[in-house]
Design a protein around this ligand. Structure first.
Ligand SMILES: [Zn+2]
Length: 211
């Protein structure tokens, strides 16, 4: 627990153990196969997905509990959602890896992402707020499929941004985390200085000492 707290403080993971070195939902999602202190898949169930979305502040606690009923009522439908999610994560990660090596994003992936986004109907409405009204953009249909929407949307926004060419994979041999290199000198090599960066520094020091 102490280690988790230290990593949360260093901005490596959030309280739920999901890596936040990506700095935005799409990249943190690409890294979500791993969860600190957990063996196996980080997003193994719809329950995990609810936790991930809450930890990304994309889902409110009350909303999350409403989604719980799908887990009991329609486990098959939930499984389909998770299968789709895993499929998109694999392909998005492949594209991130390619982008980190200077390759363009695969148009087939873009087309499939577009097809998936097209299955969502949204509505715009005025809702009361503290200072009068605010415009709210929300999904029309309800179901576990809804849970993918904020992730897919951020993926699209990311792919349209200048961050694509700054996508990187951590330089550590034992780490596969993605991040966006936004350092001013463009030299960031590690997912985080407090984990992989530090380990590399210590290893380099030990090597020098041996020599
Ligand atoms: Zn790393």
């Amino acid at each position: 627990m102490a280690k988790l707290k230290a990593l949360v403080k260093a901005g490596v993971v959030n309280n739920e153990g999901y890596y936040v070195v990506g700095g935005r939902t799409a990249i943190d999602f690409a890294n979500s196969a791993q969860r600190f202190d957990r063996d196996g898949e980080g997003l193994a169930s719809l329950e995990d997905l609810l936790t991930f979305l809450k930890s990304q502040e994309l889902l409110h606690e009350d909303e999350a509990s409403a989604f719980h009923m799908y887990i009991f009522q329609n486990p098959e439908r939930c499984q389909q959602v998770m299968d789709k999610l895993h499929d998109m994560r694999i392909r998005f990660s492949e594209n991130l890896k390619q982008a980190s090596e200077g390759w363009p994003i695969d148009p087939n992936f873009v087309a499939d992402l577009n097809d998936l986004l097209a299955t969502y109907k949204t509505k715009i409405e005025l809702v009361p707020s503290d200072s009068g009204y605010e415009v709210k953009n929300s999904l029309v249909e309800e179901g576990p499929e809804q849970l993918l929407y904020p992730i897919l949307k951020d993926m699209a926004v990311f792919l349209a941004s200048d961050q694509v060419e700054k996508a990187r994979v951590c330089a550590s041999d034992t780490c596969e985390l993605f991040f966006v290199n936004q350092s001013r000198n463009g030299r960031r090599r590690w997912c985080s200085m407090s984990t992989c960066g530090n380990r590399a520094k210590v290893n380099a020091y030990l090597k020098r000492k041996e020599a």
